[in-house]
Write a protein that binds this ligand. Sequence first.
Ligand code: HSE
Length: 306
Amino acid sequence: MNEIKIFSPATVANVSCGFDVLGFCLDSVGDEMVIRKTDKKGIHITKIVGFDLPYETELNVAGVSALAMYDAIDVDFGFEIEIYKNIKPGSGIGSSAASAVGSVFGMNELLGNPFNKTQLTEFAIKGEALASKCEHADNLAPAIFGGFTLVKTIAPLEILEIPTPQDLYATIIHPQIEIKTSEARAILPKEIPLNDAIIQWANFGSLVHALHTNNYNLIERSLHDHVVEPYRSKLIPHFDAVKSTMLNAGALGAGISGSGPSIFSLCKGLKVAKNVKDAVEKVYSETGIKFDIHVSKINKEGIKII
Ligand code: HSE
């Protein structure tokens, strides 16, 4: 096999109380990429469709993660990468992560799968770091593993797969403004009060327990963010109105997706997720800001060949 086409999914990182460690994978949104073996050695980005991103390998997220893998192998050929980008950069649903994992997943397939999923995430971290100016894997891990993932440690990298309750759906609104992850990180405090930390890790532990036990009521009572949301929500126009609309329409919980501006909700059942979509659509249509809305099942498979 000399060429492969893949679907690289969008993801929601943080999931309210799990800043930098928890994430889940979306089903209905993602990029497509073609990875091809070539006689010419090295990594070459030959096509980018959808958004204006750099072709220079070292300046492109997909290129940097591909180079990290390429440096770890010894082959007498190279790879070409075509990127068909559907996830807007700076949207908060893992645009850079989709690019970063796409190249290494495709290369790994063409090489006969010498690397496991954790090793792929290690390479992808290098690409993600180019975009966000720090190494974190809470979008990368769900894109590669699917479902919910918990990044226990970055060095050494340890990823835990968390079960997904069958009836869980996500509704996500993406206001068409750009928030750079690096800037959304820069506004966060370096230290937090102990009381906030206690509330946060109680909610985080409860959420993970709820996902393991299909306890929707406990998911509802755990999806709160006392640490990051108070700072970042100020960057997102009409955040409070959207969040309360989502909750009033029946969502279990709602919060900032990754570093924003997207806002996610988790819902029990497709019907509720669609109700949330309709309600938010109505509210945001009145703001004059363009937006997309996605309703998605939690994608348990993750990145795949198409
Ligand atoms: N955990 C990251 C953040 C996700 O919130 O900054 C965005 O890349």
